[in-house]
Design a protein around this ligand. Structure first.
Ligand code: FRU
Length: 478
């Protein structure tokens, strides 16, 4: 085992004073302090490892470390000591985001070393390598890839093995347009530039594409990016930054032919910088940061900030949609359950008998007449079908009016809508019709007003299925 550092001890002590009002029961989060992007997600030597962008000393973004948790089953997690510190010349202002690969049993991290050159925003970003043979202690090997001439923003390497080579996609900002650059290597240390997989052609596609990911699923090559600087458009792109996917074909010469243009992955308030990895049985799993840059974070005052989304299995369907569904392993968390017979509520609100955390609901759209009907989460949020606007809406409420906004998706064109919902202490994730859409948002119900209730306004709502579970914790010591 690794000796705990000052930073680890600081986090353990700070954890004792965390206010747990919104602290997650079944989402990965730091014990205290700040986290952002998921990094280095991998299954290797019998364990799942998740790392995260971490500032241990305060619940605000600061010089980035890599926090670390492990799991044998992708459900129950254990905190490990911090894996990477910003302590070398080439990463002294932050070990920024990156990925992990299995190099003959050696856990190998490729991440961005960030250096602030002055206080005017000039930076140097290089891709660096660190390795571990025991999965706990890491040795840094320094930079392996430098930015193209004149490019400052060059970060978030995602590395994978295919076609008998190592490949790396890196996000870059070139002339204030985002792009994803592809590199190739035989040994993980010498990299050659292959091509630009895709790039923004106008400023409304983003000035920087962060956290790229590139993988094949259901015989389609999916390019994930997190663009900064896309303006809101109607109901879309409402958050400061977006995360989305393109679909196409990765050609033999390394180039990428885009067939389906950018679509948002999730439609909630808090989903950013997702990264994917391959599970032990070959499934493609994705995890995002359940937070948004520059949004107010009420939990900062409570000693922690940031969590991951639930792991989601990713598929691609014949209608050109990335499907994201919560991994089935999460069923292990289920404890007490209730199933309600099909029922109808009319002009009423019905409080549920317990605080369920997982709900599978089916609303009969065709036979419901209410103008708005759905589920309330105390005084923090309402998830409802708006039958006039024909949208599924998540409205959230907070004393901070900047948080007091809604997110919504068009109602699917069918007579019923299936919702698979996870409600943690301070978040809600809604998966619609087997993952065709999802809405992920942090919510802030007051402690004495968290109860769940079904409601129907000005008419009736028909609920044909309601299976609900309480869930246990993913961390043994909680
Ligand atoms: C995305 C991001 C990355 C960067 C990291 C820094 O959220 O800005 O581009 O590597 O966070 O913490």
């Amino acid at each position: 085992m690794k000796a705990l550092s000052q930073a680890d001890i600081f986090v353990k002590n700070a954890a004792k004073t965390v206010d747990t009002l919104y602290y997650p029961k079944f989402h990965v989060a730091a014990e205290a302090g700040w986290i952002n992007d998921p990094n280095g997600l991998i299954y290797i030597n019998g364990y799942y490892h998740f790392f995260f962008q971490h500032y241990p000393y305060e619940p605000v973004w600061g010089p980035m470390h890599w926090g670390h948790v492990i799991s044998k089953d992708l459900v129950h997690w254990e905190h490990l000591p911090i894996a990477l510190y910003p302590d070398e010349d080439y990463d002294r202002d932050g070990c920024y985001s990156g990925s992990a690969v299995n190099n003959n049993g050696v856990l190998t991290l490729i991440y961005t070393g960030n250096v602030n050159l002055d206080d005017k925003g000039n930076i140097r970003q290089v891709q660096c390598m660190a390795t571990s043979t025991d999965g706990i202690n890491f040795t840094k090997h320094g930079p392996v890839l430098f930015p193209p001439a004149g490019v400052m923003h060059f970060r978030d390497p995602k590395v994978w093995r295919a076609r008998d080579s190592w490949w790396m996609v890196v996000g870059a900002r070139v002339n204030d347009l985002g792009e994803t650059r592809l590199y190739k290597s035989a040994n993980l240390t010498d990299w050659t530039f292959v091509t630009i997989l895709d790039q923004a052609t106008s400023s409304d596609q983003g000035f920087m594409w962060e956290c790229p990911d590139f993988f094949n699923v259901n015989n389609k090559d999916i390019l994930i990016t997190s663009p900064q600087g896309m303006p809101a458009s109607g109901y879309d792109y409402r958050n400061l930054f977006q995360s989305g996917y393109r679909c196409g074909v990765w050609n033999e010469d390394g180039s990428y032919t885009v067939e389906e243009e950018f679509k948002e992955i999730d439609h909630g308030h808090d989903f950013y910088a997702p990264q994917s990895f391959v599970a032990a049985d070959g499934r493609r799993i994705m995890v995002g940061w359940m937070q948004m840059w520059e949004a107010p974070i009420p939990t900062e005052k409570q000693g922690w900030a940031g969590a991951f989304t639930l792991p989601r299995e990713v598929k691609y369907n014949e209608h050109g949609r990335l499907l994201c569904t919560p991994i089935t392993e999460l069923e292990q968390l289920r404890t007490a359950s209730t199933s309600l017979q099909p029922f109808k509520i009319t002009n009423q609100s019905t409080v549920l008998d317990a605080q369920y955390q997982e709900l599978k609901l089916c609303f009969d759209i065709k036979n419901s007449t209410a103008e708005r009907y759905g589920l309330s989460v105390g005084d923090g949020a309402k998830l409802f079908i708006d039958s006039q606007a024909k949208r599924l809406v998540l409205e959230r409420y907070s004393d901070d009016l900047t948080l007091n906004t809604d997110r919504s998706i068009p109602l699917p064109v069918c007579s019923k809508i299936n919702l698979h919902i996870f409600i943690d202490a301070g978040s809600i994730e809604v998966f619609v019709n087997d993952g065709e859409a999802s809405i992920t948002s942090n919510i802030f119900p007051r402690f004495d007003n968290k109860a769940l209730s079904f409601f129907a306004e000005n008419g009736s709502a028909v609920i044909t299925k309601a299976d609900m579970w309480q869930l246990s914790s993913i961390f043994a010591n909680c």
